[in-house]
Ligand binder design. Structure first.
Ligand code: ADP
Length: 580
């Protein structure tokens, strides 16, 4: 295996691992991003839904309060509102239909202890079973005088002295003192019967004597005549508020500013989630709601209708896709590595074949060459006439063809040596001028077609043109350049120049022939590359310049060409005089 291939394999494996690492970590990051983004979106959606529930409760309670304020206005607009007028008002305002969940609308009146007996006697004229209960130690009684609708449930509450019960008392007092609507804490409504007991709330709107001053707490206390109030059963109330909106969250509503099991007013799905450790951790929200002087705590958890698992699916999907893509990319790297190995195998086989074939060809060629030389020599000695001349010419042609074949085989051999790194350089001290002179002399016969029959040679600073080079290989380069100058020189003059400087020597071979198109100037130094017309019509394999460049490079030198199409080419070889 060549060094290049080994390097390539290491590199491709290295890049393969990098691709694998980058691919997997990117996949992990993207999947995590999608997962957390979805979690975050779920959370936002969850919070949004919770907000919706929160504001719906707030909105509906405001509407109830509005209804009570409206009822108070009705009372204030007349001196005395009779039971039947109140009944009619209630019927006309369609309170129950408009505000589902409200238990009713009531009036509770303040009665001084001294007036109690007269009050009861007076009301009994209308309602014989009327009584005010329970008794209280305070000087004042509050009695539910009107309560609509007058169904069996509400009838039970008539005459109830709400002020005697501490939770209601607190709310009533706050409403009286501030003049504002106040909601009571969690109570059990008097209307409740024993089965299906629901927690209840009362909303109080204070009713003051018309025209009385109401600036101070004291003034308000004195002016108070009673309350308009709305009793709510929390299950009915909150179900009515929530169910119409088809909630996707479960909400648990607690009385007070902390969620305590004993303060649970309402639970949408009837299964307490608060304190349930199985509820999804990130989707849990506690919100405070302040309504008419009272704090409530809302605890939200998602219902099955709130779809949350899409994020996990998407991130798993992206992980899977990312994983597959990464593995595919990695496989491509490994396949490239394998293909390269296969290719290299094929190249090696070809080089091997080249080497064997050239060696095999070389042996019969050498003997052929020797034989034709022998024939020539034998015939040359023979003094006899014409016949011999003809055979001599034939033998001479055979020798030339054999020499051509030999050069070709030599080139092929060199190529396989270069490919396999076996091109050896055996250096000796020599003078380039002398070497060039020898080569030109040896090629004398081949110059017969150029004007003057020999190249014009100029040597500059020849004394210095000494270096440490491989004679045979440098001769090969010079021969190749001169042969090309003959082949492609269009039978015009050829110029050879050797010029030494202090550290380099330059060999220039110039012809006035076809020249080389500029796009080929670099290419012709590659294997099997030949420039376009008309030089393509002249036989050759396109190996000479490639081999020459390899030789020059292995001497630490350079080779290049300057050329103008139709004007000729100048090849220059630069060799260092003192190669390191
Ligand atoms: P070959 O001569 O066998 O084709 P070379 O490697 O020696 O191979 O040359 C490669 C190509 O470069 C030639 O085919 C020819 O097109 C171009 N070339 C080489 N020398 C010259 C030159 N002196 N003038 C014009 N073209 C040349």
């Amino acid at each position: 295996m060549t060094v290049g291939l080994r390097k390539f394999k290491i590199l491709i494996t290295y890049y393969g691992w990098i691709a694998l690492f980058i691919g997997l970590s990117t996949t992990a990051l993207i999947s995590y991003y999608i997962y957390s983004k979805n979690l975050y979106e779920d959370k936002l959606r969850f919070e949004y839904e919770a907000d919706q529930v929160w504001s719906r409760i707030q909105y509906r309670m405001d509407q109830y309060e509005g209804a009570l304020i409206q009822a108070r206005a009705f009372f204030l607009s007349s001196d005395a509102v009779s039971r039947s007028e109140f009944h009619q008002y209630f019927e006309r305002t369609k309170l129950l239909e408009r505000f589902p969940g409200v238990q009713g609308l009531g009036l509770t009146v303040k009665i001084k202890a001294k007036d109690l007996a007269a009050h009861i006697a007076n009301v009994r004229k209308e309602i014989p079973y009327y009584n005010v209960w329970p008794e209280t130690v305070e000087k004042e009684y509050f009695s539910i005088l009107y309560l609509e609708p007058m169904d069996w449930r509400n009838k039970r509450a008539l005459g109830y002295n709400m002020y005697s019960e501490p939770i209601r008392h607190e709310a009533m007092k706050a409403a009286m003192d501030t003049g504002k609507p106040v909601l009571s804490g969690m109570v059990t409504l008097i209307q409740e019967n024993d089965h299906r007991l629901q927690p209840g709330l009362n909303l109080y709107v204070p009713l003051y004597q018309v025209g009385a001053p109401l600036q101070t707490t004291e003034e308000r206390r004195n002016a108070l005549t009673g309350f308009i109030y709305g009793p709510f059963r929390t299950d009915d109330l909150f179900s009515a508020i929530l169910k119409e909106s088809k909630p996707v969250l479960d909400v648990e509503i607690f009385d007070g500013d902390k969620p305590k099991p004993e303060n649970l007013l309402y639970d949408y799905d009837g299964t307490p989630q608060f304190l349930n450790p199985k509820a999804p951790h990130n989707l849990r929200l506690i919100k405070k709601l302040r309504l008419y002087g009272r704090d409530f705590t809302l605890h939200f958890t998602p219902l099955p209708a709130f779809k949350t698992n899409s994020g996990l699916i998407y991130s798993l999907l992206s992980a899977l896709i990312g994983f597959i893509i990464t593995i595919l990319i990695y496989r491509v790297f490994m396949l490239t590595k394998k293909t390269q190995e296969t290719l290299q195998g094929a190249i090696n086989a070809r080089d091997e074949f080249f080497s064997i074939a050239s060696h095999e060809l070389k042996t019969p060629l050498t003997s052929l060459k020797l034989q034709s030389q022998l024939i020539k020599r034998t015939l040359g000695k023979d003094p006899e006439g014409n016949k011999a001349d003809k055979v001599y010419v034939l033998a001479d042609q055979t020798e030339r063809q054999t020499q051509r074949l030999e050069r070709l085989v030599d080139d092929m051999l060199d190529i396989s040596r270069i490919r396999t790194g076996r091109l050896t350089i055996v250096k000796e001290h020599l003078n380039l001028c002398d070497l060039v002179k020898d080569v030109v002399n040896r090629m004398k016969e081949q110059f017969s077609n150029i004007p003057g029959g020999t190249p014009a040679i100029s040597f500059i600073e020849c004394e210095q043109a000494r270096g440490h080079w491989d004679r045979m290989r440098i001769e090969q380069v010079v021969t190749n350049l001169l042969s090309n100058a003959i082949k492609y020189g269009n039978e015009k003059e050829i110029f050879v120049e050797v010029q030494a400087t202090s550290d380099k020597v330059y060999l220039k071979v110039k012809d006035l022939g076809f020249g080389i198109p500029s796009e080929f100037k670099r290419k012709i130094f590659d294997r099997f590359e030949r420039a376009g017309m008309p030089t393509k019509q002249i036989s050759g394999l396109g190996l000479g310049l490639y081999i020459s460049e390899q030789i020059v490079r292995s001497h630490g030198g350079k080779i290049w060409v300057e050329s103008e199409l139709g004007r000729g080419s100048t090849f220059t070889v630069e060799l260092p005089l003192h190669p390191s």
